[in-house]
Design a protein around this ligand. Sequence first.
Ligand code: GAP
Length: 516
Amino acid sequence: MAEENKSTLDPLASLCKRRGFIYHSSEIYGGMPGFWDYGPLGCELKNNIKQAWWQFTVRGREDVAGLDATIIMHPRIWKASGHLDTFSDPMTMCKDCKKLMRADQVEEIRAEQKKPHKDGCPYCGGELTEPKPFNLMFKTVVGPIDDPSNVAYLRPETAQAIFAQFTNVISTSRFQVPFGIAQMGKSFRNEVTPRNYTFRSREFEQMELEFFIRPDEATELLFGHVVTLADNPDLAGEPQQDWGWEVWHKYWVEQRKKFITAMGLPAEHFTEYWQKPDELAHYARACVDIEYDFPFGRQELEGIAARSDFDLTQHQIHSGEPQSVFDDPLKQACKKLDDAAKAAFIEKVQKEWVSRGKDPVAAEKFVKQLFDGRYIPHVIEPSAGVDRLMLALLCEAYEEQKLEGGDVRTVLHFSPKAAPIKVAVFPLVKKDAASYAMARDIFKTLRKKVNVFWDESGQIGRRYRRQDEAGTPWCITVDPDGAKDGTFTVRDRDTMQQERMDLATFLAKMTAALEF
Ligand code: GAP
């Protein structure tokens, strides 16, 4: 199994190195485990993923704004979020060979060894130490004095900055709940055993959205009802103000699936895992992992969590700064309720909270604040990893295709949206001045819109193969005949069929394929 897995990723990793997608970081000095660099094609692919996410999540919507916060933030943020106390993995060490490993991965590592030891250390059979929690945050010192009071951390997720800047964004934008704040950027985790190529890295990028919604109790007071999944199982129509948290959560699961599919993973190749109640964090009401069948097994691609009001509440407690919002329509709706209706509502919420093991006194306080139009918003968090989606897209796209006649071509079947090079332009006959000039013009026109590759060297078949390996969806070849009527051939990477067309037709075809 181990060898099989390894050999499945090896040809892809070798292509990624050969074609400039992914390199070991600091390779000339021997590399650093868990750190990867993206070469010319890799950084184009990665940027396409990020730009598509930003378009889909922020610019393409009216209810989401962006944020770009610092990587190092006040260390109290990580105390409030719980990362300082609980963001750890169990670590064990072999007393003989001194290798460190995650205690929960010992069996997995054992399965990967050519000659595994049955007990103890999977590498040498030595005795393993008792597992100890190891905090995954990278520590650093801010300023010139190396003192514990100056210790800070590289962020292990981008999400917390969104919570920490929540009140600033809301006061400097015109947003009212429900709305979202999105951020993408580097995150750092000092993973004990970074493994499976870029899957679990120590430095990686995340794309996270915190979508703030009313607590269901506020929605009920405002509209007299809360739409549940039973009312709207198909999430028909545009998002509505009267949706309850579980509808919003399902909505974002569906949005994420739509995005992943558009980027090139067919829906039947990834799965939705709904965490069971005993697997959920104590504050979470639901969490869905989108999982992909990587060559090394089914693993999480990204997650969509309903995190209640946990994070903002924590920051309110730790910073002393109120994190609640004022919701005027809610206040106006509550003004119309008489005392009996208010008392009945308090009682109803208390019963519901008690059934979830929560404090009835806190329930009363919470509802009284709702009557004044105030609450701390709840949040739905779709959280994705750029590098992980990129790895999934590479695994999905890679094919060693046997051709008629026995030839094998290596091809990356990227979707046009993901493809690092969208189109390659070739003059068929370099010495033919008219068609060469026309090819240059086409190249220059397209270059203003997308990433285009110019190639005038070698046989045309070899030029096609080079682009197949880069995952370029279309190759334009300009021949002397075409220079007379302004047409050229467009070769489709997947079917290898060629079609003759003019530039306007090609532009329309390309634009349609790149749009969400
Ligand atoms: N704010 C929630 C959060 O960070 P997470 O499940 O720890 O949740 C979200 O991370 C996503 O970030 C993961 O689904 C994965 O795509 C990516 N990710 C997390 N750790 C990673 C690592 N060590 N290397 C690469 N990607 C990682």
